[in-house]
Design a binder for this molecule. Structure first.
Ligand SMILES: [Zn+2]
Length: 485
């Protein structure tokens, strides 16, 4: 079976076509609402159903989001672009054509920088970015032995981003897409949810002798619904090309469908004959004009981008590059970090807590950071209580977790649940006595010189106190007790 390892005699050539659903309230050319998961065919009208005589009107919000994306990707935004009909027949396309853009797209010639895991960087050129409408969805699992069509998605605004074929490894493709997704999320132009299909990636793959500049026959791979599946699919396809070439064959130009369950790509059957889309300018829509003023206004609305935030976090808070990268993963996380950092005197400690405890809470509770209830000042307070020794680190973590779960303040939780360090008194003495009397053998060994057993006794006390014993005081008290022969 083909594997992801490729002979060093060959190199891959990968180009990507990415479809991104724009986060608009309504569809691209009509007033129908956009809502993922709505009951089938409840967001439709004469325009998106393609009924005769219904005329499209351009959604201005979609155009603005597309221009924002184009600017962030360093593209040249064309003041005039043209909608075109892409004609093909498929049941989920009620008009018999898709309104897209063809020879005069909204934007061309951009680039985006990305960093691979391990630190290698790259810059991928973007060939074009254009606006179009989505098709409906064929549902194969709704009724036995028949296919149903849901047209809620028909007419939803998309941008299609086409890269140059400059990627050389599946890992590069993954790293680029990660950066692209993060960028579009920062811009709030799309949810970029691969599972719900608001970010869809097709890849053009070919393989050639390493160092050769020629372009070999390529295949198009579809149906990857996560970054890791994309990486696997590209590796699979490249290995398949290599084995065809090595056996003296020629790679056939075709569309391959990735099967994530079997971990293999198979040729798509049926509708994939060579297409002639017979593009022509859309007669029902005027030229799309984007004024200088609008482009300028939108440029002013560009947020601080993730790579800018990363640099600033390193400069302003003296964070390691790794922390800056993790914290900038999303705007919500970055904003939360900054709010905590500004309420404490220790930005690095704030980073440790946000990267550690906030992300752990999000993970354990199964709630995305965006919806997690974290009061930045409350977290800063916990960090302060740990720094001054009122809470141990472990207790601080417990208090913080309860804050997230209940929305109560640190003070309320410490009061109600007795989460406070015990640094003396009968309680601490009782735990210590138990730890000593329950372990006579260890006591004897300790007294014969095995001093490292002190850590064992501290551990015993910590367990009995469920982390509430003050570690410093426990150590002192234990030393005293154990040294009294
Ligand atoms: Zn409609």
């Amino acid at each position: 079976m083909a594997s992801a390892d490729m002979s060093p005699a060959y190199e891959m050539v990968i180009g990507l076509e990415i479809h991104v659903q724009l986060k608009t309230r309504s569809k691209m050319f009509c007033g129908c609402g956009v809502e993922f998961g709505a009951p089938p065919n409840t967001h439709v009208c004469p325009v998106c159903l393609g009924l005769p005589g219904a005329l499209p009107v351009v959604n201005q919000q979609a155009v603005e989001l597309a221009v924002l994306a184009a600017r962030a990707l360093n593209c040249q935004v064309h003041r005039r672009s043209v909608f075109a009909r892409k004609n093909y027949f498929y049941p989920d396309l009620p008009k018999g054509y898709q309104i897209s853009q063809y020879d005069r797209p909204l934007a061309t010639g951009g680039w985006l920088e990305f960093t691979e895991e391990g630190g290698a960087g790259g810059r991928l050129s973007i060939h074009r970015l254009h606006v179009e409408e989505d098709s409906g969805k064929s549902l194969h699992d709704r009724f036995p032995r028949s296919t149903a069509v849901d047209l809620n998605r028909a007419g939803v605004p998309l941008v299609e981003i086409v890269t140059e074929p400059q990627l050389r490894t599946p890992a590069q493709a993954r790293a680029f897409l990660g950066r692209l997704k993060q960028t579009l999320e920062y811009l709030e132009v799309s949810d970029c949810n691969m599972e719900e299909g608001s970010l869809r990636v097709d890849a053009n793959v070919s393989v050639r002798p390493a160092g050769s500049g020629e372009f070999m026959p390529k295949t198009e791979v579809k149906n990857m619904n996560s970054f890791s599946q994309l990486e696997k699919a590209l590796g699979f396809e490249a290995a398949r090309h290599v084995s065809v070439l090595q056996s003296g064959g020629v790679v056939e130009h075709q569309t391959m469908l990735w099967d994530p369950l079997r971990g293999e790509a198979r040729p798509m059957r049926g509708k994939e004959e060579v297409h002639d889309y017979r593009y022509f300018p859309e007669p029902d829509l005027p030229t799309l004009e984007v004024s200088d003023e609008l482009v300028e206004e939108l440029a002013g609305r560009l947020p601080e981008m993730p790579w800018e935030k990363e640099r600033r976090f390193v400069d302003e808070y003296r964070l390691p590059a790794y922390d800056a990268e993790v914290l900038s993963a999303s705007r919500t996380l970055a904003d939360l970090y900054e709010a905590v950092a500004q309420s404490t005197s220790d930005p690095k400690e704030a980073s440790n807590w946000v990267m550690g405890e906030v992300l752990a809470a999000s993970n354990d509770l199964g709630v995305p950071v965006e919806r997690l209830q974290v009061d930045p000042e409350g977290l800063a307070e916990v960090i302060g209580l740990v720094a001054e020794g009122t809470l141990s680190h472990n207790l601080g973590k417990q208090v913080f977790r309860r804050m997230v779960e209940t929305g109560k303040t640190a003070e309320q939780i410490m009061e109600a649940e007795g989460l406070r360090l015990v640094s003396g008194g009968d309680q601490l003495e009782a735990w210590i006595s138990e730890a000593v009397t329950e372990n006579p053998t260890e006591v004897e060994r300790y007294r014969k010189g095995e001093e490292k057993l002190l850590a064992f006794f501290i551990g015993q006390v910590m367990r009995k106190s469920q982390g509430k014993a003050d570690p410093g005081r426990t150590r002192e008290a234990l030393l005293k007790r154990l040294d009294q022969g």
